[in-house]
Ligand binder design. Structure first.
Ligand SMILES: Cc1cc2nc3c(=O)[nH]c(=O)nc-3n(C[C@H](O)[C@H](O)[C@H](O)COP(=O)(O)OP(=O)(O)OC[C@H]3O[C@@H](n4cnc5c(N)ncnc54)[C@H](O)[C@@H]3O)c2cc1C
Length: 300
């Protein structure tokens, strides 16, 4: 680890040792990461990734941590955080290029200010461009795949560009090559009307605040919607609304959200996930698949 720290200091890259991941993720659970590294640009990200691979050191990339549950035993190795890689450039003819750590809401706001339309669906989705591409984030009848044109990834020491088709997006899923990291993405938007876009964004945000527990720590939807029924409706029918283990519970506002009432452990959250999966299978035969990424030793 000391060799890595020395290498990071040489590059001038910020890092934090023994960092509690409960301070990183939106669910506010998770143990310590040995090191969290914060490159400030896609170029610095690539230098950091090359450094870590040259030492054969284990690493995990994270954006905003809004779709991730980290186990109580934390992350052995390095977390490469894209949170400080936030550049967004508006190019001509409706193209927007954003670094992986740019927050989706900032891409949206900047596009609207430039009178560009197409990104409004992302209103209220927390998280970053990299996380959004990784899981094809979507809401309000739109998804990242509808607007992304090119994605640049780091793979085996180099930055390469992939087209939307090469990423083969599906519902909350992309096919990024194993071991790759999104460095930047280009979105193709159309000429829009600022007032009209702002009205749509307001409608989406109002709807979200009525139907989701937005004022309490959570990770968004826990399960993907099975083809037969929305996951929230199924969990409600199975009696999970308000069901609590430790300091974590299925929200009374939306049963597909687990909320942390303060001081929950990852183990509380993972037990709830397990309980719901088992009950759904026993009573309906459906296999619920998590939408959240679970990282760390305890998996459900
Ligand atoms: C209140 C709330 C509401 C939400 N609503 C929605 C919604 O409506 N629709 C929706 O789709 N999601 C929603 N989410 C989930 C989440 O915001 C999205 O999935 C978001 O795209 C995750 O981005 P992130 O940067 O936080 O990802 P993280 O949680 O940091 O990472 C998620 C996964 O992406 C990978 N990853 C992150 N960055 C990169 C990168 N640069 N390269 C490669 N892999 C990467 C990570 O390794 C991890 O496996 C919601 C979450 C919350 C808390």
């Amino acid at each position: 680890m000391i060799r890595i720290e020395k290498g990071l200091e040489k590059i001038g890259c910020e890092y934090k040792s023994l960092f509690s991941m409960s301070r990183y993720t939106s669910m506010r659970v998770g143990g310590l990461a040995d090191l969290v590294v914060y490159p400030r640009s896609h170029l610095e990200l690539m230098i950091v990734l090359n450094l870590l691979t040259s030492f054969n050191f284990p690493w995990t990339v994270l954006g905003g941590g809004s779709n991730t549950i980290i186990g109580d035993s934390g992350i052995k190795g390095v977390v490469v955080s894209t949170k400080k890689m936030r550049e967004i450039k508006i190019l001509g003819s409706g193209k927007v290029v954003a670094e992986a750590g740019a927050v989706l809401g900032s891409v949206l706001n900047k596009s609207i200010r430039a009178e560009l339309s197409g990104f409004e669906f992302a209103a209220g989705i927390p998280g970053t461009v990299g996380g959004g591409v990784f899981m094809n984030a979507g809401a309000n009848d739109g998804e990242i795949k509808d607007v992304v044109e090119k994605v640049w990834i780091w793979l085996n020491g180099k930055e390469i560009m992939l087209s939307r088709d090469e990423l083969k997006f599906e519902y909350r899923k992309s096919y990024l090559p194993e071991g790759s990291v999104v460095t930047r993405a280009m979105f193709g938007l159309t000429r829009g009307n600022r007032k009209e876009s702002e009205r749509r964004v307001k409608d989406y945000l109002d709807k979200r605040s009525e139907t989701q527990p937005i004022t309490i720590s959570n990770s968004g939807s826990i399960f993907k919607n099975p083809p037969e029924i929305p996951a929230g409706m199924l969990l409600e029918q199975l009696g999970f609304k308000g069901y609590q283990i430790g300091r974590a519970r299925f929200s009374e506002v939306h049963a597909n959200f687990i909320v942390n009432s303060g001081g929950a452990s990852a183990s509380d959250v993972l037990k709830l996930i397990d309980a719901a999966k088992k009950e759904a299978f026993l009573r309906t035969g459906m296999l619920l698949e998590t939408e959240v990424e679970i990282i760390g030793q305890e998996k459900s």
